[in-house]
Ligand binder design. Structure first.
Ligand SMILES: O=C(O)CCC(=O)C(=O)O
Length: 271
């Protein structure tokens, strides 16, 4: 039976293209272990003996820059435990209505506080995720659970979603790396001529937001004195297929549960 709460969450996800779940899903002790795991991976220490996938930021790089590390779950047991947590799978299935959910990629995102006297360069430019996910068939049901590991307040540069933008189609203007936050917003706004309503994902540690593959989102600088810590956990449902049924690039590891755990439902429906 579906509760009123589940129906409202699903309705909001379908109408707006995202859902913000402000109740923590991940237990406090696991959040703390994953924070330690995040710091270890940032320092190049891997308790699994396996490094993450090649990343834009590497140990020893500028500590004041945005740190984005690909597939940290293969390098840290605690991070794998967090992204595989059953509560995350259950909530993802509730929100999307899926019968099976697999984590197919993860990004560690660490946004350091702005250094005094320096121009912050930790924005995440407005984008739609599917612009970067060409390895998947276009109709594939792909989405992201963004899990907070620190208190995400308005000062920390929270992710902002543009309500309803998942209905605008795939747009050429996405740019994750852009630091021109305001200018890119204007370009996208002008290109679409639609109502632009931003909703910030304000979250306590252990809580998560869920957004669809075409929902525009971006985030500004971290103006607080603490790092903003999160994982972008990219997921798929049984309604997804790699292009040409190939395993390459972003889909290379989907048959390996030690990289891409199935966190809800029937494995068979994802084959
Ligand atoms: O961390 C952010 O502000 C944006 C993350 C993101 O692009 C994503 O989760 O898809």
């Amino acid at each position: 039976m579906q509760t009123e709460e589940v129906l409202l969450a699903r309705q909001s996800y379908q109408q707006d293209g995202f859902y913000i779940c402000t109740q923590p899903l991940i237990p406090r002790d696991l959040v703390e272990r994953a924070v330690a795991g995040m710091d270890a991976v940032r320092a190049g220490e891997y308790d699994t003996g396996i490094p993450p996938r090649p990343s834009r930021w590497n140990p020893g790089d500028d500590p004041n820059a945005l740190c984005k590390i690909e597939k940290p779950q293969i390098a840290s047991r605690a991070i794998m435990e967090l992204v595989s947590h059953p509560a995350l799978g259950e909530k993802a299935a509730e929100v999307t209505g899926a019968s099976a959910v697999q984590v197919w990629w993860v990004q560690l995102l660490y946004k350091p506080p702005s250094a005094p006297g320096q121009q912050p360069r930790t924005n995440i430019g407005w984008h739609q995720d599917y612009n970067y996910w060409g390895a998947w068939e276009e109709e594939s049901e792909l989405f992201t659970a963004w899990v907070a590991l620190s208190d995400v307040t308005p000062e920390t540069g929270p992710m902002n979603f543009v309500a309803g933008s998942h209905r605008w189609g795939l747009s050429a203007e996405s740019d994750f790396a852009s630091q021109e936050y305001e200018a890119l917003r204007e370009t996208i706004r002008n290109a679409h001529g639609q109502e632009w309503r931003e909703v910030p994902a304000i979250l306590p540690p252990g809580a998560a937001s869920f957004h669809q593959k075409l929902t525009f989102h971006g985030s500004g600088p971290n103006l607080s004195s603490q790092p903003r810590r999160s994982f972008a956990v990219h997921m798929r449902t049984e309604k997804s297929r790699p292009k040409g049924d190939l395993r390459q690039g972003l889909t290379a590891f989907i048959d390996d549960p030690t990289h891409c755990p199935i966190i809800y439902g029937d494995v068979g429906s994802l084959l």
